[in-house]
Write a protein that binds this ligand. Structure first.
Ligand code: FE2
Length: 379
């Protein structure tokens, strides 16, 4: 049988496309994006790499763009969504619409923004001296494996006008949509500095936790940010795959384990590190720093458009009045392990970490231990 006659099956159109584009690929569980090697990606006119986290699921992947001093990416438009986080550098992104009008906004370290679906866009490095390093979480694996047609994905001129959003969404403003703990949303296209955004209490997740969910360019991509105060850690939980967790401020570590496993896997994180809590993998985040630790999670399927039943169950529950399983006690059918039920080693490891870093533990407020008096958790 000649090669042309070989039966085609088991095709991953996304991976085939990445190979054809000549992109360097990094594949790992956790990854320091500052250490990833990039190479010229002719399509975008700048150096780039594909980042494929192990356990990322079927829908999402990342592209890292290294824009040289004074450089710019080539104009692009495509039928996959992108949520972009700025790791380093300053610059701007210009979006051009079918009627000829343009919008641009200026970003810097810790900015977050989304490209409205299929809008033509271009990134400019605003510095003549420093590179700009930005990372995009996309749903291209989902889109490419659905259509497996590059020309359709990159050369369709349909404009999704309803997704463009208000002008103010490109200038750093947005709308706060209050729902309930854990489900509050900030709707915008651009967040200038994730470290400066006001978050809302999500005490169900423990440790004085705060968060906000994003709706970006009315898209299907997921993004949320959470914060752990100094001297605290969150409760362990699990959910479906596809979330890419990136440290924004502070530093810390996470523990991972599958149900029934005796030992934890540990991953230390700081700005630039990304990791994927894999499908049904229990994970628990710990702030080990002297600063509040914020992290961004991106993926496919957000709170407005959960996309999958699993996401819907995790984020908001399946019936009106349900809680999202990510913050519901596993004893009540959810996916969260309350502090009093967690493996005893978890608190000891963390106390040791606090000692090592010279940080005063503040967990007695949320997890009274050894007869220590309980203090009302601040809302
Ligand atoms: Fe999680």
């Amino acid at each position: 049988m000649s090669s042309e006659q070989k039966p085609r099956y088991g095709v991953d159109a996304y991976l085939d496309w990445v190979a054809k584009e000549g992109l360097p690929v990094v594949e790992d569980f956790g990854c320091d994006l500052f250490a990833v090697e990039t190479a010229m990606w002719p399509r975008c006119g700048v150096k780039a790499a594909a980042v494929h986290l192990r356990g990322r699921g079927d829908f999402a992947s990342m592209f890292l763009f290294d824009i040289p001093p004074g450089g710019a990416s080539a104009p692009q438009r495509h039928l996959y969504e992108e949520v972009i986080y700025v790791l380093e550098g300053t610059g701007s992104t210009q979006i051009a619409f079918a009627d000829g009008h343009k919008r641009s906004f200026e970003w810097g370290p810790r900015s977050l923004f989304a490209i409205p679906l299929n809008a033509s866009h271009r990134h400019f490095n605003g510095s003549g001296r420093e590179r700009a390093l930005i990372v995009s979480t996309t749903d291209l694996p989902l889109v490419m494996n659905t259509f497996h047609d590059e020309r359709f994905i990159f050369a369709t001129d349909y404009e999704f006008a309803a997704r463009t959003g208000k002008n103010a969404y490109f200038s750093g403003d947005g709308d706060l949509i209050t729902v309930r703990q854990g489900n509050h949303m900030w709707e915008t296209n651009f967040v200038p500095d994730l470290a400066a955004l006001e978050l809302k209490s999500w005490s169900d997740r423990g440790g004085g936790s705060t968060n906000i969910m994003f709706v970006l360019a009315d898209g299907t991509m997921h993004a949320h940010i959470s914060e752990m105060p100094v001297g605290t850690y969150k409760k362990g939980h699990r959910h479906g795959p596809g979330f890419h967790v990136m440290c924004v401020t502070g530093h810390g570590y996470s523990l991972f384990w599958y149900e029934g496993e005796k030992d934890f896997q540990r991953l230390d994180w700081k700005h630039g590190v990304v990791f994927p809590p894999a499908d049904r993998l229990f994970h628990q985040h710990f702030n080990a720093s002297r600063f509040p630790a914020r992290y961004l999670a991106t993926g496919v399927g957000g709170l407005r458009y959960p996309l999958t039943t699993q996401n819907r169950r995790s984020l908001m529950g399946l019936k009106p009045g349900d809680k999202g399983a990510v913050s519901l006690d596993i004893k009540q059918g959810g996916d969260q392990i309350e502090y009093e039920d967690q493996d005893k080693r978890i608190h000891s490891i963390w106390l040791e970490e606090m000692k090592k870093n010279g940080v005063t533990p503040r967990m007695e407020t949320y997890f009274p231990q050894d007869g220590a008096p309980a203090i009302e958790a601040a809302e």
